[in-house]
Ligand binder design. Structure first.
Ligand code: ADP
Length: 507
């Protein structure tokens, strides 16, 4: 029989045990981690409320049942085996199947439990719901992938852009033309190697400078003064840089989205073309001079024959010699035209201007055609304004030639019975002369080329008229040199009106 004291001790021990059991039970219930206790053969012996929650089952639906109710058979068997062998397992990824269906990915933790004799009586199985974490990890992974993709794309784009930039730079560098780019503020931002070599100055000394600064550098002065002076954004002009070194300078605005972001200057070396052109002009000039002497000799010999200084000639002989004389005259006139053109091109066409009345000049030239128009039955009329016309500053001989070249065409390119009207007007600042004919006209598609060298209209070529195509080129040069203007209106088959104006300057 136990003594009073022993009974007390036992009762205290029982109390202690009861409170320990309570403590363990509460801890088990309180744990937010789903935990169960499983026997070595896989029967569920205990579950906590969190486990019930995860399994969506009450404890009575689980306890006494096989753990395979909520786990995949193979997975749980392998987990149990590992636990019983090693004593514990950590972070094993498994699939948990709640009652409602569906799958929950969990991480399983186990710990084997032994009794006092060291025999395994089961194992604790804790599961950690990984759904949210896996999703988050998945999202993280896909956003990482997306980020990587973006980075890769950006890198690819960057490489492409760099390749494009290198390509453009390569093209700019290998251009045979010089290239200069100015920004909005007229600061030089790009110079290619060819421009450096044209200007004979390294780009480091130019880039970043304003046009005004560059206009002061001795080597680049000429070019940048020209560029700086021009207010119009588009232009093309030749510039002599040195002996036999001529650049054609063109400027175009750089426009992006309709906004001007700067301007581009292209330097094109035209020295070779200019030398060839000069040689050609020289050749024509020398040949024309050489031809003039024999043609004059022929002219005077023919004249003597016609005047019968060398003896009598019969009618037939006279006709032949007359024809030869006319042909020779045409040749002389062509040679004169060519000489005038070469003088214009070489800048040797000199003017002796004087304040002159233009009206007598016009009358003189018109009168010189009296016989010709009578022969061709063409009427020629001179209309003069009643206003007093002031004198103009002009070179009489040259102006005669210009007017003659224009009126000559009006007469030549009309048919018998046609009419040529010359008018002279004055409008305060300028004297305007018009020469109107009712002749063949100039075809629309060829009108742009009328004042160029050697131009002859397709329609007049069919007519039996002689011409070099130099007359209007010379006339325009003469009028331009008097600061005047020449233009025309023409309709094929109806007629043409040429106009020229000369400024009235107060001396
Ligand atoms: P050309 O020696 O041929 O007359 P121009 O330089 O004087 O040379 O004229 C060039 C061309 O312009 C002519 O060949 C002709 O086709 C055309 N032209 C000039 N004036 C007239 C005009 N009044 N009527 C018709 N065509 C004209």
């Amino acid at each position: 029989m136990a003594t009073e004291e022993e009974r007390k001790k036992l009762s205290l021990l029982a109390d202690d045990l009861a409170s320990l059991e309570n403590y363990i039970h509460e801890l088990f219930s309180f744990s937010p981690l789903p935990i169960c206790f499983v026997s070595p053969i896989g029967v569920v012996l205990e579950v906590n409320p969190s486990f019930e929650g995860l399994a969506k089952m009450k404890s009575y639906e689980l306890i006494g049942e096989s753990i395979e109710k909520v786990f995949n058979k193979e997975e749980i068997e392998s987990l149990a085996k590992e636990t019983l062998e090693k004593g514990s397992v950590k972070k094993k990824r498994m699939v948990f199947s709640p009652k409602e269906g569906g799958k929950v990915v969990v991480q399983a933790f186990t710990r084997a439990r032994e009794d006092e004799k060291g025999e395994v009586v089961g194992y604790f199985l804790g599961v950690f719901d990984m759904t949210g974490i896996e999703e988050a990890q998945g999202e993280l992974r896909s956003s990482q992938t997306a980020l990587m993709n973006i980075l890769e794309d950006t890198e690819e784009e960057r490489q492409k852009a760099e390749e494009e930039r290198n390509k453009t730079q390569e093209i700019i560098a290998s251009l045979t033309d010089g290239l200069l780019v100015f920004d909005k503020e007229n600061r030089l931002s790009l110079v290619n190697p060819q421009a450096e070599s044209f200007l004979g100055i390294e780009k480091e000394k130019m880039v970043g400078k304003y046009i005004s600064d560059l206009s002061r550098l001795p080597k680049t002065k000429k070019l940048f003064q020209l560029i700086g002076k021009k207010t119009i954004s588009l232009f093309r002009q030749e510039l002599k840089i040195g002996e036999n070194f001529i650049l054609e300078v063109s400027r175009a605005p750089l426009v992006v989205d309709k906004k001007k972001i700067g301007s581009l200057i292209v330097l094109h070396d035209v020295s070779r073309e200019k030398i060839i052109e000069k040689l050609k002009t020289e050749f024509v000039s020398i040949s024309a001079h050489q031809l003039r002497t024999p043609l004059s000799a022929i002219k005077w010999t023919l004249r003597m024959l016609l005047d019968e200084d060398l003896g009598k000639i019969n009618q037939e002989q006279r006709q032949f010699i007359e024809k030869t004389y006319q042909s020779n005259e045409r040749m002389i006139s062509l040679i004169n035209d060519l000489l005038n053109v070469t003088r214009i091109e070489e800048g040797r066409y000199l003017y002796k201007p004087a304040l002159t009345n233009i009206s007598p000049i016009l009358e003189f030239v018109i009168n010189s055609y009296k016989d010709e128009v009578a022969k061709r039955k063409i009427k020629i009329e001179f209309k003069k304004t009643s206003q007093k016309i002031p004198k103009v500053l002009l070179d009489v001989e040259k102006m005669k030639l210009a007017f003659q070249n224009i009126i000559d065409n009006a007469i030549k390119y009309t048919t018998p019975g046609d009419k040529v009207t010359v008018t002279l007007n004055y409008d305060k600042k300028k004297v305007v002369v018009s020469i109107k004919d009712t002749g063949v006209g100039i075809p629309k598609d060829q009108q742009k080329r009328v004042f160029t060298k050697f131009f002859r209209g397709a329609n007049v070529m069919k007519m039996e008229t002689s011409g070099s195509g130099l007359g209007l080129f010379i006339a325009k040069n003469i009028i331009d040199s008097h600061s005047g203007k020449v233009w025309f209106e023409s309709e094929e088959g109806k007629g043409t009106t040429f106009y020229f104006s000369l400024p009235v300057k107060k001396k």
